[in-house]
Ligand binder design. Structure first.
Ligand code: NDP
Length: 326
């Protein structure tokens, strides 16, 4: 991590790829911990947030990842185990001494490991946990999902369809619109070509709004909300990159329409929903009942560019950096 960005992160300036430091995986001291070879690193919008408050200049950035244990002095982890954590340093090898944040993945379904940072990882958990916690939607009701082609939104669309809802979904390209239709969205539109407010007026009123975007889209959803609608406030990516704050003009509709607005941070929902997630979702993905779109890029040197492309919509679906094959 090289510099705190003011707008979008700039590859090569905000982050730089540094191959000047090496370790010998055969001899690096473990001090009671274990050595992991990184296989995949997740690229998520919230990395941009961590650039403002968490990462330390000169230190490697970190995020969700999956790797394989090569050596271990920790009895809970053995060579060959595949581990998942949100604490993966963006390095080829990491020595782990804080094992509590690492989970051994069973992967009985033999899914590709990259899936465990997408639909079977944090983004899928976000969709699963918060949908189960907040949606409570009777069949036939109408849900609107913004950024419906991303890993969170795409999973939400499918959970909503499984619950029998009509789903309206938006994204920023025609290709993403086709993908959203292919996973069941009843109405999918390109918000760069059609105004969200017009589509929702035509297809609404909406009973649930799953918000990944905030700003003008949130404002449009308030206009189209039915009385008592639930707003699941998951993210507001329209403001992550230093954009001028969007002044939502109709907040009073929260009062008048008696809306239930629920914000959440995924880690707070794990205690209640995580084990159900691992029981239900990977098998559903393996059976093809939940589909996913993933764009893989190869090599740690592409992280900066992949993050920028995730934030600006150029990446299709879940962005993943493949660091090494097994
Ligand atoms: P997404 O794929 O949904 O996010 C990236 C996409 O956002 C881009 O590809 C782009 O797609 C879209 N986007 C970017 N800028 C805008 C804009 N101004 N207006 C509309 N769309 C825009 O990522 P995830 O599925 O990983 O995450 C979805 C949301 O959930 C994010 O806001 C994220 O921060 C949040 N989140 C929240 C968590 C929590 O605990 N509350 C946990 C995990 C994620 P397009 O081409 O469609 O414009």
């Amino acid at each position: 991590f090289n510099e705190v960005p003011t707008g979008h992160p700039v590859p090569g300036r905000t982050t730089v790829y540094d191959d000047s430091q090496t370790i010998d995986p055969d001899t690096v001291p473990l001090n009671g911990g274990f050595l992991v070879k990184t296989l995949v690193i997740s690229i998520d919008p919230y990395i941009r947030g961590k650039m403002s408050w968490l990462y330390v200049i000169g230190q490697p950035i970190s995020n969700y990842g999956v790797g394989v244990v090569l050596r271990s002095e920790d009895p809970a982890f053995k060579p060959g185990d595949h581990v998942y954590s949100g604490d993966f340093l963006c390095q080829e090898y990491i020595v782990v001494n804080s094992a509590s944040k690492f989970r051994v993945l069973e992967n009985k379904e033999k899914l590709p490991w990259s899936v465990y940072v997408g639909v079977c990882g944090m983004p899928g958990q976000t969709a699963h946990h918060a949908w189960r916690e907040f949606a409570h939607a009777p069949k036939g009701k109408v849900a609107f999902v913004s950024s419906g082609a991303g890993p969170v939104g795409a999973t939400v669309i499918q959970l909503a369809k499984q619950d029998g809802l009509k789903v309206i979904a938006s994204a920023g390209s025609d290709e993403k619109v086709e993908f959203m239709k292919s996973i069941g969205a009843d109405v999918a539109f390109n918000y760069k070509k059609e105004k969200t407010v017009d589509v929702l007026q035509r297809e609404g009123p909406i009973n649930i709004y799953w918000d990944n975007v905030g700003g003008e889209t949130f404002e449009a959803a308030l206009n189209a909300a039915a009385t008592g609608a639930r707003f699941i406030e998951c993210g507001m990516i329209s403001g992550y990159n230093g954009e001028a704050p969007y002044l939502v003009k109709n907040l009073m509709l929260i009062v008048v329409k008696e809306l239930q607005v629920s914000g959440f941070v995924i880690t707070s929902l794990h205690a209640k929903h995580l084990e159900d997630f691992y029981r239900d979702i990977p098998p559903a993905v393996a059976r093809g009942e939940i589909k996913y779109l993933e764009e893989r890029r190869f090599g740690l040197e592409h992280i900066g560019e992949a993050l920028l492309d995730t934030l600006t919509g150029r990446i299709k679906g879940k962005g993943v950096i493949v660091v090494a094959q097994e």
